[in-house]
Design a protein around this ligand. Sequence first.
Ligand code: NAP
Length: 337
Amino acid sequence: MNAINVGIIGVSGYTGLELVKMLINHPIFTLKYCANTEGETTVSELHPALLGVCDMGVEKVDLDRAASLCELIFLALPHKTAMNTAKGLLERGVKIVDLSADYRLSAENYEASYCEHEDIENLEHAIYSIPELHGRRAQGSRLVANPGCHVTATLMALAPFLEHIDTTQPIFIDSKTGVSGAGKSPTAGVHYVSVNDNINCYNIIKHRHAIEIEQHASLLSGNDIKVTFVPSLVPMTRGMLACVYATLKSNVQPDEQLEKFYENKPFVRVRMAPPHTKMTSGTNFADVYATRHGNALVSMCAIDNLMRGASSQALVNANIMMGLDETFGIPVIAYVP
Ligand SMILES: NC(=O)c1ccc[n+]([C@@H]2O[C@H](COP(=O)([O-])OP(=O)(O)OC[C@H]3O[C@@H](n4cnc5c(N)ncnc54)[C@H](OP(=O)(O)O)[C@@H]3O)[C@@H](O)[C@H]2O)c1
């Protein structure tokens, strides 16, 4: 199979770094273009851990040049910047996997949570894809909206039970994230002194990922799903654990349901004990576990927020878009111990 040239815009960020690490070893994709706001540097100057591994140049974003070099580009940019960049690249015939929130929601939900949407035309044909839940719908598409990290972990725990849950009862989600979820820019809330030896909830109920969970759980179930979403920041660099609490209306056996739902899915591991984030660190695995106490369902999913919650899921989606095997170039060995 011929090589496919790809690029990363936003290469200096955390998710950009994860994309570089995978793309330099990918069997088909060749990394041809890396960009950030200023350029005039190299990947290894931005990420010294990659010295001697990836020293390629990093340029200031230039859409014509990006389009002349690449068939597909990963956008690892903040929301709003992402849609403005995607619009210009799509006009130039480049395929996009967008890691931001810009194409994940309906225009109405997006504008209620973020800002005015400036690319409604492309929003209408963007494909939202968690491959185990949506299949290969990304194949052949021009624009994939890569799901949010809390949303991925939550939906992987919730989706297998949607038809077994009493949706007239509350669905609670408690999702804990490592600090890299906030990106590389330092703020008071992610200062060492704030995070170390500490755990705190943030943006409870009103976190932007709540509306993304509700929109996509509702689409998956065919019913209107409402959730009470409580995210927490925990003192880890990477990792995410989402726990879903709901009321069952059937006598489904949770472990059997997970086994059945995720049969033959290479990146989902059904565990017989609660999962650890560390066992998924640096991989695309979603480790799931569920149990019941009477009618109370407890279902959980551990992922690496930077990988399954962002970059490795983006690469699986890119593989699918281009008609490749979804497992190409995807790491499966965790950073343990
Ligand atoms: N971190 C996570 O766990 C996670 C999970 C899921 C989704 N996401 C989403 O993925 C996207 C990237 O997240 P991140 O954590 O990697 O962010 P980050 O560490 O803050 O990096 C942001 C990147 O965007 C670049 N950038 C910002 N404005 C730009 C502009 N106008 N032109 C060109 N480049 C620009 C930055 O370049 P400079 O260095 O030049 O400023 C940097 O490379 C965000 O939309 C985020 O919400 C993140």
